[in-house]
Design a protein around this ligand. Sequence first.
Ligand SMILES: [Zn+2]
Length: 393
Amino acid sequence: MTYTNLYINGILSDITVENGIITNIADASTHDTNRAVALPTMANMHTHSAMTLLRSAGSGLPLFRWLNETILPAEKKLSPEDIYQGSKDACEEMLHTGTSAFNDMYFCIDKTILAAHQASMEGNISLSVTDADFDDSDKIVAQYMSAVETIQKLDNPYISTSISPHAIYTVSGKNLIYLADFAHEHNTLFHIHISETQKEREDCIRQHGVPPVIYLEKLGVLDKVGDRFIGAHALWLDPDEIKVLGDHNATVVHCPNSNLKLGSGYHFLYTELRDAGVNVTLGTDGCASSDNLDMIEAMKIMSLLQKGSRYDPSVLPAAEVFDIATKNGRKALHLPDNSIAVGNKAKFFTVDLDQRVFKGIDLDNSAPNELHSAFLNRLIYAANGEYITKTIC
Ligand SMILES: [Zn+2]
């Protein structure tokens, strides 16, 4: 199959794909007016995909009330079939908006794994646990093993599974150590909500004498899981915590939409984390707090928050936030690079250029790097995921 008239890095090209692999990229053979831009697909690094079923629930409540009064009671009523349908809807929405990989945390994960496989998506689908689940820890391991078997039966090397402690305020120190040992032993990711709110940070200091990341370090969690640590949110950090995360080559996931909606905060320490060697990635969070799974919208909000909160419009330009949403996410998931290049798997989306927000870009008289930059800027700041025409994966 050959996809024609696509700008790749500003050069109008034809892409040939055979058995899912890009086998040829050539200068476009025809230069008709139906031109589009092709870009590598994104990785949504923190989701609870089945929460499409609870979209926009509990609007206006702060995190702890939102969780306890709205989300947990609603989740108790969800059947495995509901989880399958919610995950299926999430995968459709992610593909529709240019995302082909995700890092999920929920329950009934066999159903999400099946939905992801059927949608040709990649990623890690982890079982979320709290102390209540440790009343029967054999059951936790049984669910993990069932997920492993499901993936083996589907023979899908691009979907993995793991066990996620929900957060430090719902999982005890003893159980966090158990789960870090488990992740180390099974060579899996360790995905946890961390330092999401000021309250979480202050409670941790009151109870344990240190802030959340230092608490995990003292428990030995970071030494055990190292670069397989994925901390969702990581919004309330001090310089010592940033250094510890960098020293362990950890990954953090910024979820700006969710943090803003729940009033958790907005000053994500992007530059400091990046400079300390932390792998910064981007996620939407579940649809109950982010309302959609649109990574283009999340990129825009992340970039604008950095510029606004630092009074500096040069911070986090379009190309850099796009790398965060693509390369950094795939690195954390240990997935192969999906740059549009011969020999790589075909995982890209296309955006037709005859749409309103792309009007005025001088396609015929601009240098390739200028064109590429113009496309990215228009896509991230002027468009959203709904402008994506097609996702190939
Ligand atoms: Zn979350």
